[in-house]
Design a protein. Structure first.
Length: 330
């Protein structure tokens, strides 16, 4: 991942598609490295009747801003979804597309929804670095005023914290745990609705992320979801205990002491998820739910969420302050 901190914080230019390389060269010669295409505007006569397919040539004019970047192939391979505007004075069709790409986290923002995908190509072990990427994705969603949809890769939501950090000693462990707790606090306080979609196994920190969302879906399958720290020789962090107390049923909370993992249907009964959906139902359910969430009155939602989560936010923050600094001095 290439970051260009030397570039202005915001720069927008309209350039013909065929001149993109030259325009980027004027700003550093990275040939779109360091840039993410944000918006493409197409005049009516250039608009195809069908949605453009992957790898189609870019339309006539591209507006772009410097950001964390993908390479040129990533820029050209994204879908562009049409949003039609019918006005007599200035008839045109717009394709709105915004993509933020980090090393293992993708964000696609369209129609007021931020689709955040964690995919490290393995098991989505949440290191301090990956947690930071997810946090940046939520920054992008917040800036866009978007409902957030958080999901993992196929077959795995997250295997939990990166066990390698525990082996590197107290300093690395505390840094990772504090980062994880910080992300939980951010989701609980996020001013727009957050929908988590469990796409496979969800081990402890993966389960914590799910529990931090306002609405929680899970894909039906042979997955395991839960908080199994005790089973692998770890003590459940106090901040996680407070989160579980806030979200799980009494029966689900009590089961944490023996570290079992649950199939999606059982996880739903214990409070980890709200709905379990078959693969052919999931996309439609996500679409319907995000439509519903987008229609909510934002101030009312944000104020109510703050009231509902207030005690948990205070308890989690207090647990972090009480436990993790002591752990760093051991």
């Amino acid at each position: 991942m290439l970051v260009r901190p030397d570039l202005p914080a915001r720069l927008e230019r309209n350039v013909p598609a065929e001149n993109l390389d030259d325009a980027c060269g004027d700003l550093g010669g990275e040939h779109l490295l360091g840039f993410v295409l944000r918006e493409v505007v197409v005049e009516p006569e250039a608009l195809d009747a069908h949605e453009p397919r992957k790898r189609d040539p870019l339309p006539q004019v591209a507006r772009f801003v410097p950001n964390r970047c993908a390479d040129r192939e990533a820029v050209h391979s994204q879908w562009l979804r049409p949003v039609r505007e019918n006005t007599e004075s200035a008839p045109r069709a717009e394709y709105t597309w915004r993509n933020v790409v980090s090393q293992h986290t993708r964000v696609r923002i369209e129609d007021g929804i931020a689709f955040i995908t964690i995919d490290d190509g393995k098991v989505n072990a949440l290191s301090s670095e990956l947690i930071g990427e997810v946090g940046e994705a939520f920054d992008a969603a917040k800036s866009a005023g978007a409902v957030a949809v958080l999901r993992g890769r196929e077959g795995i939501f997250s295997a939990g914290f990166d066990l390698g950090a525990f082996k590197r000693g107290p300093e690395a462990t505390v840094a990772m745990l504090r980062a994880g707790a910080g992300l939980i606090l951010r989701l609980l306080a996020f001013p727009r609705p957050v929908l988590s979609v469990c796409t496979g196994h969800a081990y402890p920190m993966g389960a914590f992320l799910m529990l931090s969302a306002d609405v929680r879906f899970a894909l039906a399958g042979e997955w395991r979801i839960g908080m199994n720290e005790v089973a692998i020789g770890l003590t459940v962090p106090k901040f996680a205990v407070e989160l579980a107390r806030h979200r799980l049923t009494p029966a689900g909370f009590a089961r944490i002491t023996t570290g079992p993992m649950f199939a999606p249907e059982e996880a739903m009964r214990l409070g980890y998820v709200d709905r379990v959906l078959d693969a052919d139902q999931l996309d439609h359910a996500v679409s319907a739910e995000t439509t519903r969430l987008r229609a909510l009155d934002v101030p009312s939602f944000a104020a109510t969420k703050a009231r509902i989560n207030e005690r948990a936010l205070q308890a989690i923050a207090a647990a972090v302050d009480a436990e993790l600094p002591a752990a760093s001095s051991r």
